[in-house]
Structures are given as C-alpha cells and as structure tokens.
Design a protein around this ligand. Structure first.
Ligand code: SF4
Length: 363
C-alpha cells in the first residue's frame, strides 16, 4: 500500500553529515542527541527533558521507564517534534529511513515534511484509547479519515486495517462498525494500535499504552506486540512507569530520572546487574510473590520540580551514596559492560551498597 501522491523525501542532512551520523549511530532507526525540552515556569527556564541522547535501534523494543513526571512522555513527543507550545525542543532527532538510509533531522522539518514523517514513518499510541477516538465517529471512520488525510488508497488501506485488527485478535466486522465507547478498554486500545499502524510506519512510540488496563489485558497486549513487531518489522519505544511489565518484553531498558537518563542497557543487565542507585531503588520497590508487602522499600523523598532541579546529579537529594561531587557536578557516563552505561560518580559501590533479592547476578 503506497501513498497516492508523489512522495517528497523530507529535508535531508547535508551529504557530508550523513556518513558521520551513520558512524555515530550504527543500527539506529531514530537517534536522539542532546534532546532537551524547556518551558518558562515560574519566570525561569524549566527543563522537562534535559540533554538526553539515546538510540532506538532497528527492530528492537526499547523500554523507557521512570516515575510519573520524569520526562518519558516528553521524550516521545520530542521524537515526533510534537511538544506543545510554549515548550522549546532543542538538540537533534535523526530518523534513518529504511529505503535509502539517509537520515533526516525531525526537528528541522517543515510542516509539510513533518506531516509525511509523522504517522507514515514514526507513529505513536497514547494511553487511554477512549480519549484518542472521536466519540461521534465509528472506528471505520477513523481509519478512512487517516488514510484520506495522507492521500492513501482507502480500499487498500481498509484491507490492511482488517488484517491489523485480526492480528490483534479483534473481529474486524464488529470493531469497524463500533464506536469507541461500545468497546472494552482492551478492545479500544488494540483498535488504537491498529490505527497507529495503518500508514505502515516503521517506528512505533507507545506512551503507557496499557496503563489503564487490568493486568491480564496488559500481559495479553504485550504478547501481541511482540508478534506485531516481527510481522510488520517495527522498532518500538515502549514508555512505562512499570519496570516489571516491560522487562520481559524489551530488548533494552532506559531508566529516566528527573528528565535525564540514569542508566541504559540490555534488559537482563539492567534487571540483574544495575549499577545505578535509582534503578536499584526502583527494583527494590517492586512487589513480588516472594516478597511480603512489609519488606518492600518505597523510594524515599520526592522527585524534583522541573523549575528547581538540583545542581549536579538530579538524584543526589534521594541517593544514599551521594557525595559532595554528586551535589555539584554532572555525573559522567560509565561503561559497566558492552552496551550497558550508567550515569553515576560511584557505580562500583552500587551493587554492594544497594542490594536486592530479585534476579541479581554476581553481586
Ligand atoms: S552520581 Fe552520586 S548522587 Fe547520583 S546516583 Fe551516583 S552516587 Fe547517587
């Protein structure tokens, strides 16, 4: 299924920059570099995303985990240049199309160019399908409207819609004729995922897509996602506050704390060999069948207000290992293992100082 109008490749990087970008970001389908989002809050600049650099690799599921208000949604919005005014997004978001591999900087696209990247190349699913659907339009109308708005062949597109709905274990006849309020939460969320894939994007950004659902439905959608990713050759960024939920699904995890990335690495490394105090605190706060509620350890203190983030490491006011350097200087990145990095002054102390009984290896 192709767009009926002549596709214009969005503004590209200069040729001289392309090879450099490729060298900098091997295997990336989206590479964020120094991504920041700033708002004017209380008459001062408030960073709600602070100098984040991260790659979404082709074909992977990257889980982005953090507390509410940590900047997770802001990261996804920045990746689509969809931060609402008066927010200001800076840095670069390079998207590497599969066809010719020449990256485009999403943040420098014109409105028209952005229109052809959003939804057709990079798509997004929000939490709460009910608020994403127009209550006066049936689900078929949403598919047809999206196809028409992007000059796609509606007949071919509706065939794809039916296939997508079937792949998500939904009855296309019933769903297409329904209004969102006539569907259960799980059904409408899956219909929204199908809608997000109707224009054949290669990147799917999912912002807490299962947060409003019960545990069984969450697990069922996650297992479908794995299949959908393979069949439609997707790369997925999955945002959640629920570390255990995404740990079994994601190839890699990025832990966000107070608008910055604290730690990133393969899922098994982050779960079993974390070297960042905040990641360990998150893991210790997770209830398990073996852990009685009384032995769970909630994270003490509160995350900082974006207008008053502390100097140095943002986690320092809550961190049991904080030293003077932590309170004044930005922590450096430390390579724990290949592909596993942590932003901390004292990573070598972390496994011994902050122990937990959940899947640790060797510490
Ligand atoms: S840099 Fe310091 S304050 Fe920040 S997480 Fe590491 S030990 Fe804690």
């Amino acid at each position: 299924m192709t767009n009926q109008t002549t596709q214009r490749r969005p503004q590209q990087l200069e040729d001289s920059d392309v090879q450099q970008a490729r060298n900098d970001t091997p295997n990336a389908i989206v590479a964020v570099r120094n991504g920041s989002v700033t708002y004017d809050l209380e008459n001062r600049d408030a960073m709600v995303l602070d100098d984040v650099s991260i790659d979404l690799k082709r074909g992977e599921i990257l889980g982005v985990v953090g507390e509410s208000g940590s900047g997770k949604s802001m990261l996804a919005n920045a990746m689509m240049d969809a931060v609402e005014e008066p927010g200001i997004t800076t840095g670069s978001v390079r998207y590497y199309p599969e066809s010719d591999g020449n990256p485009v900087n999403v943040l420098e696209l014109s409105r028209g160019e952005l229109q052809s990247v959003r939804w057709e190349e990079i798509s997004m699913v929000f939490q709460g399908a009910l608020s994403s659907f127009n209550p006066t339009m049936d689900i078929r109308g949403h598919f047809e409207e999206t196809l028409t708005a992007h000059d796609y062949d509606v007949e071919a597109g509706m065939k794809r819609a039916r296939q997508l709905l079937s792949d998500l274990h939904l009855d296309p006849d019933r769903i297409l004729e329904s209004y969102a309020h006539e569907l259960s939460g799980g059904m409408s969320q899956r219909a929204l995922i199908a809608l997000s894939l109707i224009l054949e994007p290669t990147v799917l950004l999912m912002d807490e897509p299962t947060a409003a659902l019960d545990l069984l439905m969450q697990r069922s959608i996650l297992s479908l996602l794995d299949d959908i990713k393979e069949k439609y050759e997707l790369s997925i960024l999955f945002i959640t506050h629920d570390l255990p939920l995404v740990a079994g699904l994601a190839d890699r995890l990025a832990i966000l704390y107070a608008f910055e990335i604290a730690e990133v690495g393969p899922s098994e490394e982050i779960i079993g060999n974390s070297h960042h105090p905040y990641t360990r605190a998150l893991l210790k706060a997770v209830p398990t069948l073996e852990t009685p509620p009384a032995s769970m350890e909630p994270i003490e203190g509160t995350a900082p207000n974006p207008a008053h983030t502390p100097a140095g490491c943002h986690y320092a006011p809550r961190c049991p290992l904080a030293t003077d350097a932590c309170r004044t200087e930005t922590p450096p990145w430390d390579d724990v293992n290949p592909g596993h990095r942590t932003a901390c002054f004292h990573p070598e102390k972390v496994p011994e100082a902050i122990r937990f009984d959940g899947g640790e290896n060797g510490s």
